[in-house]
Design a protein around this ligand. Sequence first.
Ligand SMILES: Cc1cc2nc3c(=O)[nH]c(=O)nc-3n(C[C@H](O)[C@H](O)[C@H](O)COP(=O)(O)OP(=O)(O)OC[C@H]3O[C@@H](n4cnc5c(N)ncnc54)[C@H](O)[C@@H]3O)c2cc1C
Length: 325
Amino acid sequence: MSRILVFVATDGGRIRRASLEVLSQAREQARDLGLAVDAVVLSDDPDSHVDAIAAYGPDRILTVQHGAFAQHRNQPVLAALAHVIKETGPRVVLMASTEAAKDVLGALAVRSGAAAIPDVASFEIKGDSVSALRPVMAAKQLARTTSDASTVLVSVRSGSYEAVPESGETSVEPIAFSYDDSDPAMVLREILTAGGDAVDLNEARVVVAAGRGVKDQEGKALVEELAGLFGGAIGASRAVVELGLFPATTQIGQTGKVVSPELYFAVGISGAIQHVAGMSNSRVIVAINKDADAPIFQYATYGLVGDLYKILPPLIAGLKAAKAG
Ligand SMILES: Cc1cc2nc3c(=O)[nH]c(=O)nc-3n(C[C@H](O)[C@H](O)[C@H](O)COP(=O)(O)OP(=O)(O)OC[C@H]3O[C@@H](n4cnc5c(N)ncnc54)[C@H](O)[C@@H]3O)c2cc1C
């Protein structure tokens, strides 16, 4: 039986939510096509992830154990994925479009003699081909890319699909993998995370993003309070990053991060195409802007026209009251 292989990425001992979204969608398409779904996890302790992956119903979980996976490094991940592809011969290899996936996808395609379709918003596995829609030209257009290569690698933007748990029969198979890590080409000395305990923008279900309309510390505090109420992450437009009010790590857009949360607040953001490129895949977009003609309203699910300094305080108070009640 032909197989789909889903790479389940982990980060700091946790499974990336976007990987479970991809796994759910793989399972759904596999069912219609009569394909089997394998999920592969690379970890220094893969068994600790098995239950969480099994909850999303793959037919098999392939575990690859090695100390080199304690933190992401391209070379061991590349070697392990190439090895698993060689061993299991999947037709399609799917992964979430994480920073780590972006690092290895091209090299993995070359090493495995496969085609690669990176960073797609949707994909469809057909009888003898894989077809995907990719945002291009700063997400202004969607380009359809189709490959009929015998193995196709696809990385999928987070938030493109729902992660839906499903119970079923799942077997677990450890894959033997040897890797000489004694003379690494790259040594990871330290991971510097800006923002300390701040919620990771890539994983957040709610993002509150500030634009140039947020002019001062008072506005910044309102944005932070709103994000805190949702347990969400803080984002920013390039304009407000350049003003120095928010760190560069929060920038969303063409030259910043691409996010696709369930809920995105655009606070005082005009909706320039370079910003929209980073957030248009969000499920629900709430725009707050005093200019009723601001382009952001073309993308918004809900629009609040008015001064953010007047809109946010009662919104925050209402949310607090609803939480307390
Ligand atoms: C090559 C290139 C790459 C770029 N990459 C990025 C990128 O990655 N990310 C990005 O964001 N931008 C990027 N830009 C910049 C982009 O073109 C815009 O300049 C930027 O997104 C504008 O940010 P903004 O919406 O915060 O500011 P503005 O366009 O100045 O909009 C501010 C908005 O706030 C509203 N406002 C003002 N005061 C209030 C108030 N009190 N209450 C409510 N609303 C208010 C205004 O009506 C206005 O709509 C890039 C540009 C280039 C050329």
